[in-house]
Design a binder for this molecule. Structure first.
Ligand code: NDP
Ligand code: PYC
Length: 332
């Protein structure tokens, strides 16, 4: 493993993206999420994704110079057309309008359309909780995941993430694929030649397997059987047909075998607790704190606690990156 300062990771990511023709604005936005991934030890969505960004670009499946367009779609909806670029810049462009609409209405949605998507959602969720808002985000991906009771891929790995702002503390955030694990983690196991736990997926013939390659060729499984399957279907609907964009199956069809990052939309909701609660705001935010105390008080950890610990370490000591990966990235 090599140790790098976060500034070096940022420089490497931006340099690779700009070298391959991404505009400065696109490169900075995309690199920011990868640096966050490395910083919080979420390596499946860190700089390893640069390899996929470059192959997606070479396949002609992402617009490196996209300039997202923000539309005021309805009093409670801001719509951002990513114009075939990666999702990150589109999300950033819609954020001010999302906040303004959430504070006015209590609840607002940002719809991102026509984006190429590979990022972890907690980065966006934290940008919203930092504004004092409650946040929920979800999106489809490529059809890699079998529904409960089936064995052929229908759903994407369909992440759903939620955030709750806390005064003077890191926000409560969870961010999870509705598959048993993100595909990026299975890919990292394949690269390292390691087996994966049973339950992550099945082989092309539908048999349970611990081989990462067999699962990548076969189908991933949802978490929690039929419950994860129902959530995955909900995400397909909410962040597909409802927002006028592609399902995971349609995204994979658009991919045409190029193995590029998925191309679809994303739905992001923001709730203003002050608008919901008015003079009762302080009282009910305290109820939320009691809930967190009841979880942590019995020794259970809150989701994201691992990330926040990792973040402290990385900000102080930098991050470790696998030598083989680093060589590949420097070669790019
Ligand atoms: P994990 O299963 O590793 O974690 C899911 C959530 O559970 C995290 O918030 C995690 O917090 C929390 N958690 C894990 N263990 C515990 C525990 N013991 N107690 C309490 N909370 C716990 O993540 P996934 O593999 O499901 O997803 C990884 C990432 O992949 C996500 O960021 C997601 O957005 C991204 N992704 C993106 C996709 C896309 O289309 N763009 C598609 C699929 C996934 P912590 O991090 O602190 O461990
Ligand atoms: O890891 O499942 C995944 C994933 C899909 C798109 C981005 N990440």
């Amino acid at each position: 493993m090599a140790r790098l300062a976060l500034t070096e990771v940022k420089a490497l990511a931006e340099q690779v993206l700009e070298k391959y023709g991404f505009t400065k604005e696109q490169a900075v936005a995309v690199a920011r999420t990868m640096v966050c991934g490395e910083r919080d030890e979420c390596t499946s969505h860190g700089v390893y994704r640069l390899l996929v960004c470059v192959s997606t670009l070479k396949a002609g499946k992402v617009n490196p110079a996209a300039v997202p367009v923000v539309h005021d779609h309805a009093p409670g909806i801001v719509r951002v057309d990513a114009k075939g670029g990666f999702s990150q810049l589109a999300f950033e462009k819609g954020l001010v309008a999302l906040k303004q609409k959430a504070c006015t209405n209590g609840l607002a949605a940002m719809v991102v359309n026509h984006c190429v998507h590979f990022s972890a959602l907690w980065v966006e969720i934290e940008a919203i909780t930092e504004m004092g808002l409650v946040a929920l985000a979800c999106n489809p991906s490529h059809a890699w995941v079998a529904p409960a009771g089936g064995k052929g891929p229908v759903f994407g790995t369909n992440p759903i993430a939620f955030g709750w702002p806390r005064t003077g503390q890191d926000p409560f955030v969870f961010d999870m694929a509705t598959s048993a694990i993100a595909r990026g983690d299975i890919e990292l196991h394949r690269r390292a030649g390691n087996p994966v736990p049973l339950g992550w997926g099945v082989s092309p013939s539908g048999k349970p397997t611990t081989s990462a390659q067999e699962i990548l060729d076969g189908a991933m499984l949802t978490f929690g059987g039929h419950k994860g399957s129902a959530l995955a279907a909900m995400i397909e609907l909410l962040a597909g047909p409802l927002i006028g964009d592609l399902t995971s199956a349609e995204s994979l069809e658009h991919d045409a075998g190029s193995q590029s990052s998925p191309y679809h939309g994303e739905l992001i909701l923001a709730f203003d607790p002050r608008r919901f609660l008015g003079e009762h705001y302080e009282h009910y935010m305290k109820s939320a704190e009691n809930l967190f105390d009841n979880i942590e008080g019995q020794g259970a950890r809150l989701p994201s606690a691992r990330r926040y610990e990792a973040r402290k370490r990385s900000l102080q000591h930098g991050v470790e990156i696998n030598d083989v990966l680093l060589d590949e990235l420097r070669a790019l």
